[in-house]
Design a protein around this ligand. Sequence first.
Ligand code: NAG
Ligand code: NAG
Ligand code: NAG
Ligand code: NAG
Ligand code: NAG
Ligand code: NAG
Ligand code: NAG
Length: 750
Amino acid sequence: MEGKDCSMLLWWLGLVLMAAVVASGRNVTYDGRSLIVDGQHKILFSGSIHYPRSTPEECNEGFPLFYSMWPSLIAKAKQGGIDVIQTYVFWNQHEPHQGQYDFSGNKDIVRFMKEVQAQRLYACLRIGPYIESEWTYGGLPYWLHDIPGIVYRSDNEPFKFQMQKFTTMIVNMMEAEKLYASQGGPIILSQIENEYKTVEAAYHENGPPYVRWAAQMAVGLQTGVPWVMCKQNDAPDPVINACNGMQCGETFAGPNSPNKPSIWTENWTSRYLVFGEDQRTRSVEDIAFHVALFIAKKGSYVNYYMYHGGTNFGRTASAFVTTSYYDQAPLDEYGLMRQPQWGHLTELHGAIKSCSKALLYGTPVDTSLGPLQQAIVFRGSQGICAAFLINNDTRSTRILFQNIPFVLPPKSISILPDCKTAVFNTAETSTKVSTRTMTINQKLDSSDKWQEYQEEIISFDMTSFRANTLLDHMNITKDASDYVWYTFRVQQDTPNAEAELDVFSHGHALHVFLNGEYAGKPPYSLHRSAHGSHDNSTFSLQQSVFFNKGINYISMLSVTVGFPNSGAHLERRIAGPRRLKINRVDFTNYAWGYQVGLSGENKGIYTDFGSSKVRWNKYGSSISNRLIWYKTTFNAPVGNDPVALNLSSMGKGEVYVNGQSIGRYWVSFHTDSGVPSQKWYHIPRSFLKPKGNLLVILEEESGNPLGIKIDTIQYLTQLKVQSITKESCKMKKSICASIMNSSGHKDHKF
Ligand SMILES: *[C@@H]1O[C@H](CO)[C@@H](O)[C@H](O)[C@H]1NC(C)=O
Ligand SMILES: *[C@@H]1O[C@H](CO)[C@@H](O)[C@H](O)[C@H]1NC(C)=O
Ligand SMILES: *[C@@H]1O[C@H](CO)[C@@H](O)[C@H](O)[C@H]1NC(C)=O
Ligand SMILES: *[C@@H]1O[C@H](CO)[C@@H](O)[C@H](O)[C@H]1NC(C)=O
Ligand SMILES: *[C@@H]1O[C@H](CO)[C@@H](O)[C@H](O)[C@H]1NC(C)=O
Ligand SMILES: *[C@@H]1O[C@H](CO)[C@@H](O)[C@H](O)[C@H]1NC(C)=O
Ligand SMILES: CC(=O)N[C@H]1CO[C@H](CO)[C@@H](O)[C@@H]1O
């Protein structure tokens, strides 16, 4: 389909959909039980999907309409029983330079909200504008750092001014598009600040007034819908305090006022992944247990963080966080349904929704069924009754509930919408397990298809920006690049003198070169590069070097892998080399020359236009295999399956497709179990054209681009027969029959 027709069709589709949902304003309030929408109490399931971590519908020449992520993610969430789509607002994406705004492409938050609206779901808008979220600098734009006297997230006038300005702008933007429920739009809830209680003490007497100010400022914007503050047990009225965590049914002390509902804004479906660590997973049975428990304890709103994690494109991830984000969520990084997660939670939502009347209008009573067993029964008028049978034992237990025998599996909750029949048990998944498979679509193993460009090693004489001390890396780049050259020169009177170089850096990685070459004599020792880790970004590098007689040039390339996103006083964070000694003589306060960014970056050689500005050489012709840009082209795999690069053969760097960065990779940083944290890197279909896609890769260390593969992604469904017990089959005969019958088969697009 041609680009133009496509946008016309979209526009027309949009109109039809909008016409269908244009409605008069909804009245959203709350009481001690739940949010109330137009007079109706609601049990709501919410899923976090962050708009910049996927792509909107974009039509590329030659491709039909359905290569899109936002609409299909939202549709799959809706199909999974999700009522609300929750997203943060990403300030540093929208205002990268002070006063210059960007709401294009996957930053088009209005369009995202309209997709939510078009599918008749609600939205929760977490403005922050400090958001943490494993997003670089917690979503704050770095230019804030240079505002005189600023202290972020504190009772500090310069910060409050900027925070109010941005928050107001977003609220006005939503209002102008009639996106608040009070105007007929999808937004029923907003969030101000984020988990502030965890850092508040560090701000001493400037913490509490800031919380009060933030609440008042937000409420003063009169959006017509309630506000929440998460992890802020003293959230000022009328702002609702919400819980974040994995076990809010056990850990949440509850709303701080009897007229506020119990809301869980972040229920972590796994944990975000960082380079150098193994993926931690959380079983769907455990998630379901805690969701059911929270609802049984009168919770009325549960959000999955994340329902779809997606991709930290470009340099948007925070320090050491991988490009892939919450891939273990019910919708995986590529937007495909992960089973049994998606299916099990869908059934859980159905089971809980079928208890709605009893939950919302009944009164709960707890009774003990045994030492570690408990029933929570909601009874209302006209014999309405729903029960949760909780077994907190690690063994399966037989109990009697209202004279009916039940077997409660270990660590589980059975849901009885009529107080008689268990329709769902959190520990029994009837959903088939699916296995993700990566199928090689193309190998890029022909050396004539690749070209390379060796990055310049910058020495002191080439720099124009100088200082008589080691400067903070973050304050030099202002987040415009991951890279800064730190260079100096030193006179040596004897030839071939061995010296000990000792560098201490605040992070995150460092490559050291001497006289335009790597430090150390060939064969190069492993110590010429060093790096920190997510839990400790600092490191030191010691290296023996051999100086020439005369002037010697030392060039260090300091690299950040995302700015920090959490903890108090982000404005004080620093990175890069902080001390350098040669044979124990301190060169920290010395004449240093700096250059921000790599020449390839500065020339934009990853774009069609920029790549023509440099001379590319034959593959393998560079003298060193470090700091090289590799370039090739490829055709898009035929079909609809998502596409990813298998970068197992590469080291560390960044990948660009048709001029857009698909993120940082760091395959050489192995986990304790000896494997890379992330091998596959998602290329959204919307970044591709059918033929001749430009692939440019910056490799900092050493990698073998001939080993790169372009893969397509599918799921293979399998049985999880072990988890299907006789009890669950009795409960759900039809489901069991079909499970027992089916054999492993390939699911195409869900
Ligand atoms: C909105 O709902 C609340 C409680 O549900 C009610 O008290 C109030 O009158 C309603 N406001 C409007 C404008 O309908
Ligand atoms: C289950 O037992 C654990 C460990 O004793 C306890 O921390 C938790 O609160 C209990 N949960 C429930 C729902 O009883
Ligand atoms: C950060 O850099 C700016 C120049 O861009 C400078 O004015 C300021 O003093 C630096 N801040 C710190 C803390 O070094
Ligand atoms: C972090 O690493 C540095 C050196 O690499 C070490 O000196 C320091 O003790 C470590 N800090 C912590 C908190 O582990
Ligand atoms: C990914 O690439 C590596 C290195 O080329 C290769 O060894 C591995 O088999 C590939 N994995 C898959 C699943 O294709
Ligand atoms: C299961 O397979 C049997 C034999 O092939 C068939 O008779 C039966 O209808 C199937 N049941 C379901 C639920 O598909
Ligand atoms: C206690 C805990 O696990 N906290 C984590 C909750 O999730 C956020 C966001 O994913 C992390 O930043 C916390 O470390």
